[in-house]
Design a protein around this ligand. Sequence first.
Ligand code: 45D
Length: 321
Amino acid sequence: MTYTIESAQNIFSGTQIPSPIPATIALFDQLSVDDRLAYLWYAYTEMGRTITPAAPGAARLQLAEGLLTQIKQMSPEEQTKVMRDLANRIDTPINRSYGFFSVNTKLAFWYELGELMKQGIVAPIPTGYQMSPGVKVVLEATQKLDPGQQITVLRNTVVDMGFDTSDLAPSSSRKSAEPVFERTEPITTNVKIEGINEPAVLQYVEAMNADNFAAAIALFTANGALQPPFQKPIVGHEAIAKYMREEAQGLNMMPKQGICEVQPDGSKQVKVTGVVQTPWFGVNVGMNIAWRFLIDPQGKIFFVAIDMLASPQELLNLRRM
Ligand code: 45D
């Protein structure tokens, strides 16, 4: 075999032009705690006017119910402290519980807190809070992003809150299954991608659009890897399946075009660009992305990276380097 995960990460290296998403998050990370919470409030409510996320559904909220009930019973001062602690990422019991939530449960938790803040049940942004120049800078940077990039910034800042539990043994209460997102759009079968007829790629998209993760996983080699945007590769069937159940449900993938290059060893490098919709925002927000596949000589997926595109023009960038 002439390729490794490291070498596969660098195929179509021209795709990896600097994204404004990490740059915006780096600005956010420099803010004080209260500024972070205020930024999220303004960014979220501002966006809510044009693009409203779908309510998370009872099954998902149930996973966060313990924490939400606890918070509802607190005094406004205590509630503010909980939110500051979450933004500060310190080690507290609540931050640990939050840290064990899946990405979508974290989003649902904050969605509900946002609703409770609007209803006056949970403390709003402290009265007398003055927006600092730093918050204005990050808000302006956010406004320049396209909607798909804006919701990615929101998502990633929310996911990073609480205590980082990645080095801790999973808590026993974590066993609960990940609730499903119900699909509102009919599933597109018979996927067509201009320039691509590689079966593994077409079948991958069909399987993912049907939430048929078993079928998607079966397309990978045993040591195959999937690299989500801004993350390290996830290696092996079991790890990829867990990731997909937690984070890839209900996605609507609409690949448009691609190129496929056969290598001397019979492997293929495939780059596809297109749009993905998340069940949180449905058809209202499209994310421009690229998939970079390395298909082994037997037609199995050895590696796929998913990249957020820096700009819509990158949809047409199918050059090699
Ligand atoms: O702090 O092929 C308040 C993979 C103020 C799989 C708030 C994929 C205080 C393989 C407003 C209350 C998954 C990798 C906070 C493809 C405060 C594959 C609340 C890609 C925090 C294609 C804030 C999938 C709230 C992709 C409620 C690219 C914020 C999926 C809510 C991308 C934010 C999905 C939400 C994205 C953001 C979803 C709901 C970016 C959702 C974003």
